[in-house]
Design a protein around this ligand. Structure first.
Ligand code: PBG
Length: 349
């Protein structure tokens, strides 16, 4: 047997790898993998798909057809009929799920419109489920759109009463499940809500419905346009005694861990962009599906800058949504969902 033994100097452990690897410039050139669109496509690490997107919809008892929202160009408050059309067009674009928010007929101190079996979200849920049975129907569970004071729970001594609110949130989730919701998504940030909702759903026979918990939801200025859309701004004070304090990352991981313990099927970080570190940390720490909410203020900034011609909307939306996915989110709730799905379809992202 002829052996061709290369004449190499004696190896010390590790040095062969050093020698074999083109360690640095000029033998190493990162630009080689960027030379053509096809090459870039081949080495692309993160690929956005309509499957990643969830479209929020605002259903308004008082909207005849649709009403525009000044701070959210292109987003409408919809009648039940128009909401069904929007849900169908999202489904046709390959978007797997919509998330329903409701503006009730009237508001009161106990937010009773939220758990009314004939409430606006319940009616919309029934209509959407009948028209698009294949679509995953997610409903927001919170009282702030339904309370006259605009807080996410009921009040006692001018504060939000956590434990009394749990009963109402659980009743809301059950009435939404009854109306056809596949997934209920509590966004109130009361302690113990995920467990309370899970127990109530199971007791009512809805063991098959999932909970997407807004686990790490921060008290954020980025919700401003949503509050115009949902007419849900608190009439006094703010949400800082229940939503999280923006500087706290370890606490966010504790919140997520608690929701997992209480039975959440999916967890969420919200808002997305100023909290991408938490999306990445949550991805590393938990194996559940992880959602991130690209919230109304994030959407409004893109729309305003694009309307002024200061940014290219399509490019910026592609970067934002890809960035959220690259950080580790499996699901992105975004008002850009329909545009993004259409751009993805035509391959122009
Ligand atoms: C309800 C709720 C809010 C959002 C989602 N669910 C508003 C808030 O907490 O004040 C915000 C969504 C957005 O800004 O797009 N609690």
């Amino acid at each position: 047997m002829i052996s061709h033994r290369p004449t190499v100097p004696p190896q010390t452990p590790g040095s062969f790898a050093e020698q074999a690897a083109p360690a640095s410039f000029p033998s190493l050139r990162m630009r080689r993998l960027r030379t053509s669109p096809t090459m870039r496509r081949m080495v692309q690490e993160t690929r956005l798909s309509p499957d990643d997107l969830i479209l929020p919809l605002f259903v308004d008892h008082h909207a005849g057809g649709e009403a525009s929202i000044q701070s959210m160009p292109g987003v409408m408050r919809l009648s039940v009929e128009r909401a069904v059309e929007e849900a169908a067009s999202a489904a046709a674009l390959g978007i797997p799920a919509v998330l329903l928010f409701g503006l009730p007929e009237s508001k009161d101190a106990a937010g009773s419109g939220a758990y009314d079996s004939d409430g606006i979200v319940q009616r919309a849920a029934r209509a959407i489920k009948a028209a698009c049975p294949e679509l995953v129907l997610i409903t927001d569970v919170c009282l702030c759109e339904y309370t006259s004071h605009g807080h996410c729970g009921v009040l006692r001594d001018s504060g939000v009463d956590n434990d009394r609110t749990l009963e109402l949130l659980a009743a809301t989730a059950v009435s939404q499940a009854e109306a056809g919701a596949d997934v209920v998504a509590p966004s109130d940030m009361m302690d113990g809500r995920v467990g309370a909702i899970r127990r109530a759903l199971d007791a009512a026979g809805y063991q098959d419905r999932s909970i997407l918990a807004y686990s790490a939801k921060f008290a954020s200025g980025f919700y401003g346009p949503f509050r115009e859309a949902a007419e849900s701004a608190p009439q006094f004070g703010d949400r800082r005694t229940y939503q999280m304090d923006p500087p706290n990352a370890r606490e966010a991981l504790r919140e997520i861990a608690l929701d997992v313990q209480e039975g959440a099927d999916m967890v969420m970080v919200k808002p997305a962009l100023a909290y991408l570190d938490l999306v990445a940390r949550a991805r590393a720490a938990f194996d559940l599906p992880l959602a991130a909410y690209n919230v109304s203020g994030e959407f409004a900034m893109v729309k305003a800058a694009a309307a002024n011609g200061w940014i290219d909307e399509k490019r910026v939306v592609a970067e934002i949504l890809t960035g959220i996915k690259r950080a580790g989110a499996d699901l992105i709730i975004t008002y850009h969902a329909k545009d993004a799905a259409a751009w993805l379809r035509e391959g122009s992202f």
